[in-house]
Every structure is written in C-alpha cells, then in structure tokens.
Design a protein. Structure first.
Length: 653
C-alpha cells in the first residue's frame, strides 16, 4: 500500500523511515552504523540511494504489511505526486502532511488540494504547533472521518500503527466501493430485467385480452367486462352482432379480403356505438357490444343505428363489398349497489343475446332482435325436435306424400311433388315448416334429404312416365360433389335423370351465384329438370332467370292467394307467366284452391297448376293410381269425375 510523506525537513524523513522499518536485530543496528560511517546515512534504506522526494519500499523483518513510501519536501510536489499516482491507477492510501513547509504552500492548502484530487485518501496532519486549528483543516480537507492528527514529536509505533490501520481501512473502503458498485450494477440490471418483465407481462396480458386482427378486446376481455358489469347497478345492454354474407366475401375475394372487411366493420362499430361502450371481436365475423342504457327501447334504437351504420358499401382491395350485419340484444339489470353477488349470470346473458341473434338471422338480414322468454322456450323445443329427428328414420316415423302437378288444358297428371311428413311420438304430426328449418341448421338435413330422395326414386320406378319433384335445401345444394351424389342416386335406382325435377329456392343459389350457375349447368347437361321454387319472393329474380339454367318457374302461393284481392298480386302473377313463356320456361302455379284462381291462371297462360283444388298430397298408393290413369282418379273428393273440375276444364261427360 502506498504511503505519501510530505515534510520539508530531511530529519523527519529519517524518522518516518525508522517508523516503517519495523523491529531491528543487533546485526541490523551494526550494519546501519557501518553504513552511516561509510555513506553518511542514518538509515539502512539509504543504501538504495533514496533521498528527499524519492520512493522507498519498506519490507523489514517483523514489519506489519509492506508499504511503498513516497517522500516529498514541498506541498506542490505532493499534489503533483497524488495527481500522477491517480493517473497511473496506483493511488495513495495515506498521506502524512506537515503543516508548515516554507517557502511553498502550507499543510492546510496541501491537504485541501490533495482532497480535491482524491476523495478516498486518508490524511494525517503532523504538527508540533498548537496554533494550528484542526477545524479549519477539516473544513477544507474533510470529511472528518478521513482526516487525522499526530503531534510532533511522534512515537515510531504511533506512525506505523496509524499507517497500518488507515491503509487497511482504505483497502476495505475500496473493496466495499467495488462491492457497492457491483451491487448497484446488479440492482440496475435487476431493475431493467423487472421493467422488461413488466413490459413483457403487459404485452402478454394485452395479447391475451385482445384480438390480433383488429386489436379490439377479445372474448375473454368481453366476458370479464360483462362479469364486472353484472355486479354494478343499472340497466345495460349486451349485443351480439354477426356479419351478413361474410362467407361470400371469403369465398369470392379470399381470406385477406375477409380480414380487411372485419377490420373495417370493427372501426364502424367503434364509431357508431354509444359513449363508453365496449366493442369486442368474439371470433370469426361475430362481435359483442356492451353499453349502459336507460331502457329496452333506447337500447334497441342504439342497436338499430349500429346496424344501419354497417349497411354501407366498402372498398376492399379494389372491390366494392356491401356491408351488413344482424344483431341480437338483451337488456339486463345489474346488482344493486353493495350487493354481494351480481344481478345476472354473465354466461346466461351471453346465451340469451345469442338466442336473440339466432332469431335475427333466421328472420333475414340487417335485423335487430330483442330477447324475450319465448326464444328460450323455442330453443329448448328446437333441441327436442333435433334430437327426435335424428332418430326418426330408424323409428320409421317419416313418410312421403305426393301432390300432383296437372297440365293447364286438361286434368292430366304430369308429375308429383314429394313432400316429407313426420309423425312424432311426442307432438304427433309435425309440419315440415317446423322441422325442415331445424334440420337445415344442423347436418341432419343431409341425412333427411338422402332418405327423401331414395324414397321418392323408389316410388317413381312404379309410375308409367311422370316425373317427381324433390325439394333441396340451400345446405344440401352447397354440399360437396352435389352433382355426383344426385347422379349416383338415380343410377342406383335405375331412373332416367329427366324424370327427377330438382326444386331449389333463390336463397340456395344467391349466396354463391358463380358456383350455383356451374352446378345447375352440369345438372341440366346430365338431363335433370331444374325448377326455381317460390319465384318472386327472392332477391334478384330476373337476374337469376338470365344467369341460371332452368326448366320452370314455380309461382309462390302468396301471390296466388292475393290474385282476387290485390291488383299488385295479379300483376305479378301475369308478369311471371309472360316472362316464363317468353324465355321458353314452364310456369307452375302453386297453392291453387279456387275455381276463380284456375280460370285466371289458365287465361294468364300458366302451363301447369298445383294445389288443393285438384288434390291434397296423397300417399304413395293413391299417387300410383293417379299416375297410371294420368288423371286425378283414385281420389274420391277431388277427381276427374268431379263435375266442377270437368266443367272448369271443359271436359266431356
């Protein structure tokens, strides 16, 4: 450890040398005396030639630690030595400084300048004058715990002990400073790691609670917000929103376009919802909205504005896309302030709003439905029907009825429409209008449709030449390899394709017009008859007639019913018939029930008629009798022997 000695008296330098030399043996003393006599020196260390201002290393036998000593006679030399030592990275541990060192700076100024250079050095002021004030030196060379005093004349042991203690303390301070710096660096590193961890955790929480496509809150965030809202008082609305025709965009323009549409709609929802509302993307094309409301009427009005805002034309990758959405809404009262539990179960709130949304989608597009309890009962009924329908075939509860289709000019039966019937064990005879939509919403429609087609073709084999008309739902029509499936069925039955008429609605072909056109073209090429059912009630009737390969149009019963009461219905019927004839298509009028309707339709030019006026749907045995006679015989109440029918059609007795 390096020790700095600052004193202008050479004799004092000798005293310091003796102090750091340690205990001497008799041989050492004799050698020292000899050296003094030969070289004029008083100390063994002078044999190395050091003089005032030089360094000497003392490592005498029995000395405490080893010290490297630096001697300076003037304060300015000492300041320069300290500055040089710091630059070399070998600072002094202790400096012993005399107070009075003429003609240069005194010990007070020397201590001040050394402290300014090296705050860690321990200073020992060595003085024999009582007029020197330690307080004055402390003020300029402190702190007080790093400045000490020794009076002249001093004891040899006093210098060595002081140097040893202060040098060890200086070493400890340095090690402590290194440890403190290391700890500070570790603390800083830990703080940086903690900050990074907090940032990562924040990002992870954000990712867990937000949708990656829109950055809107996701289903988890929506459920948490809903759970929190149910525990607060006041009315609030929970809205489920589903986009209309979204699958069409995905199928025709691609999934990237679908993603772009999702983002556009999400932005519209955020702009059009009430203040404070939460808009979340729940998955796919479904969104959830949560907002406070004053009443059900206010909530419905707000929801209608939202749906109206979505009904705009959007530009997606250079393509014009018509936006649209349907919504289900439930208004719920939260818990009273201070209540232990919420006023509603969040899962139940979601379930009811979903029921309302399903009802809206069944009602069409761009519709808002407010939940009511009948929907809940309705869904339970639908589940029972779905469960029963899945077993109806194996139980033998299904059957087919056949309603004849007759020609306009004579009561000739040219075909039959096959109509499915279900005689349930729980509800008795159930209307197809009830169970067909339920089957359509599930995969049961395929199993049911296959049974109907197989049964109808099996009965058709017994008829002499008539065709059978079978209805196919939109989901059946979109079935993979629909054309191949139908062709395989008629080949297995041994039936010519021309004897099967495929009835579809505009809904079945509207969602994917290009694919539908290709499918219908293939069916026509193979010889199947194609009939467009419920014509006039769809979205783009004239467009469909021009685009799709058809054989006949079936005028919806609602127009036939209104012919005698409404001029508009009569005009529509006449227009459809004239259009069909101009395009070379057959026109079948459904739901004919009166003689007046028969006369009007014949005059208008309908090519075929079907309805209760001629015959209700009959069992396979009666249909066979009609087919074999090509008349309505075999039906007692309505047949070719019925005078009214014979008179209407001008038949001879």
């Amino acid at each position: 450890m390096r020790i700095l000695i600052v004193d202008d008296e050479p004799a004092m330098h000798d005293s310091y040398r003796r102090s750091f030399a340690g205990p001497r043996s008799s041989s050492d003393e004799a050698l020292e005396a000899m050296a003094a006599e030969l070289f004029g020196s008083n100390d063994l260390a002078d044999t190395t030639g050091p003089g005032p201002g030089s360094d000497a290393t003392v490592a005498a036998v029995g000395a405490a630690p080893g010290f490297a000593l630096k001697y300076c006679c003037q304060g300015l030399d000492a300041v320069a030595a300290v500055e040089r030592a710091l630059a070399e990275g070998a600072p002094f541990a202790v400096a012993f400084i005399d107070v009075r060192m003429p003609p240069g700076i005194d010990g007070r100024e020397t201590a001040k300048r050394i402290r300014a250079l090296d705050p860690e050095i321990n200073l020992v002021i060595v003085t024999g004058f009582s007029d020197v004030s330690p307080i004055e030196i402390n003020k300029v060379a402190g702190p007080a715990d790093k400045i000490f005093y020794i009076a002249k004349p001093f004891e040899v042991a006093e210098i060595l002990q002081t140097a040893t203690a202060l040098a060890q303390r200086w070493q400890n301070d340095r090690e402590l400073a290194v440890a403190r710096d290391l700890l500070a660096a570790q603390v800083l590193q830990l703080e940086e790691q903690a900050a990074e961890l907090a940032a990562n955790e924040s990002r992870a929480i954000h990712l867990a609670m937000h949708d990656s496509l829109t950055d809107a809150p996701n289903r988890l965030a929506f459920l948490r917000a809903l759970a929190a809202r149910t525990r607060s008082e006041g009315l609030f609305a929970t809205v489920m929103i589903d986009l209309d025709r979204f699958k069409l965009v995905n199928d025709t323009l691609g999934h990237l376009a679908g993603d772009a549409l999702i983002r556009e709609i999400c932005a519209i929802l955020n702009r059009s919802t009430p203040d404070g509302a939460l808009v979340a993307r729940l998955g796919g094309d479904e969104f959830g909205i949560l907002f406070d409301t004053s009443s059900e009427a206010a909530a419905v009005m707000a929801c209608e504005l939202i749906i109206a805002a979505c009904s705009v034309t959007l530009q997606v990758f250079g393509n014009s896309v018509q936006g649209g959405a349907s919504a289900g809404i439930v208004v719920t009262a939260g818990a009273d302030a201070g209540a232990v539990t919420g006023g509603s179960d969040p899962v139940d709130v979601i379930r009811r709003s979903d029921l309302a949304l399903n009802d809206a989608k069944r009602g069409g597009r761009g519709i808002v439905r407010l939940f009511d309890e009948s929907m809940d009962e309705g869904i339970r009924f639908r589940r029972r029907v779905e469960s029963g329908l899945s077993q109806a075939i194996t139980r033998g509860e299904l059957s087919l009825a056949y309603q004849p289709i007759v020609s306009r000019d004579a009561i000739e039966v040219i075909g039959f429409e096959a109509l499915v019937r279900w005689n349930t064990s729980e509800y008795g005879l159930m209307s197809p209008a009830t169970f067909i939509p339920i089957a359509e919403e599930s995969n049961l429609i395929h199993e049911l449709g296959d049974w109907v087609l197989h049964e109808a073709l099996d009965v058709l084999k017994q008829w002499p030449g008539q065709y059978v008309s079978v209805n196919f739902s939109p989901r059946q029509f979109r079935r993979h390899n629909f054309v191949g499936h139908i062709m395989e069925s008629v080949q297995r039955a041994g039936i010519a394709p021309a004897r099967l008429q495929i009835e579809i609605t505009e809904t079945a072909i509207f969602d994917d017009a290009e694919r539908a056109a290709e499918t219908l073209y293939k069916l026509r090429q193979m010889g199947f008859r194609i009939a467009l059912d419920d014509f006039g009630t769809g979205y783009s009737s004239l467009y469909n007639i021009r685009k799709f390969a058809l054989d006949c149009l079936k005028i919806d019963k609602s127009f036939i019913d209104g012919m005698g009461r409404e001029r508009e219905s009569a005009a529509i019927v006449h227009s459809i018939i004239h259009l069909g004839r101009a395009l070379g298509l057959e026109v079948i009028a459904e739901g004919v029930e009166t003689e007046a309707q028969v006369q009007a339709l014949r005059l208008a030019g309908a090519s075929h008629l079907q309805g209760y006026y001629f015959s209700r749907p009959v069992a396979a045995e009666q249909a066979l009798a009609m087919a074999q006679g090509r008349t309505l015989s075999g039906k007692d109440d309505v047949s070719s022997d019925n005078p009214t029918i014979r008179q209407t059609f001008g038949l001879r007795s």
